[in-house]
Design a protein around this ligand. Sequence first.
Ligand SMILES: NC(=O)c1ccc[n+]([C@@H]2O[C@H](COP(=O)([O-])OP(=O)(O)OC[C@H]3O[C@@H](n4cnc5c(N)ncnc54)[C@H](OP(=O)(O)O)[C@@H]3O)[C@@H](O)[C@H]2O)c1
Length: 186
Amino acid sequence: MRTQYYTAVSLDGYIADENHSLDWLFQFGGGDESSYPEFIRQVGALAMGSTTYEWILKNYIHLDPARPKPWLYEQPTWVFTSRSLNTVPGADIRFARGLVEPVHAVMREVAGEKNVWIVGGGGLAAQFYDCGLLDEIILTVVPVILSGGAPLFTSKITNPPLRVIEVKPHSSGLTKVKLQVPKRAT
Ligand SMILES: NC(=O)c1ccc[n+]([C@@H]2O[C@H](COP(=O)([O-])OP(=O)(O)OC[C@H]3O[C@@H](n4cnc5c(N)ncnc54)[C@H](OP(=O)(O)O)[C@@H]3O)[C@@H](O)[C@H]2O)c1
C-alpha cells in the first residue's frame, strides 16, 4: 500500500493555469489514458483539496445543471476544507479539515491493500509529505508552459532528492514520470 500523488503537470510545474483551467491538458485528450486505468484499479481511497473538488463539481458534475452527472470515483473520497460544501448524491464523500495524519490513518484502513491517491492540489500533497506520509509522485508531464497557476508542490524536496523510478514517453506527447519520495529528514 502506497500513498501516491498522481497528477498532470506543465513543464514549468503547474497543475492548473491562473484561471484554474485545464484546457492545456485536455487538448491531449484528458491525460495519460494508457496508465490511468491500471493506476485507478489500485486506488482504495482518495484525498483532494476544496478547489479541486469544486472544480469537478462545476466543470463535470454540474456542467449541465439540469442533468448532473454521477460522482467520478467508486472509492471513498476525502475532501479537505474549512467550509461547509455540498456533497454529491450517491457518492462516498467525506469532508475533513486540519491535520492530515489522522485522516490518512483512516484512509489507509479503508484502502486496505490498495493505494491512497492524493489528487491535489500541491499544498495538500505537501501536507502529506511534511508528515512523512507521501511515498510516490506520479506525473504526466505535459509539454506546455503556463507561466503561472496552481503549483505542483509547495514543500521543498532537495536533499536527498526524489528518485526517478520510471520515465515513459507516449506518442501523444505526454510523458509519465514516476518518482519515489525520500522520507523527510527529522
Ligand atoms: N493537472 C491535474 O491533473 C490536476 C490535479 C488536481 C487538481 N488540479 C487543479 O489544480 C488546482 C489546485 O487548486 P489549489 O492549489 O487551490 O489546491 P486544492 O488542494 O485543490 O485546494 C486548496 C484548498 O483546500 C482547502 N484545504 C487544503 N488543506 C486543508 C486542510 N488541511 N484543512 C482544511 N482545508 C484544507 C483550503 O480551502 P478551504 O478551507 O477554503 O475550503 C485550501 O485553500 C485546481 O484548479 C484543480 O482543479 C489539477
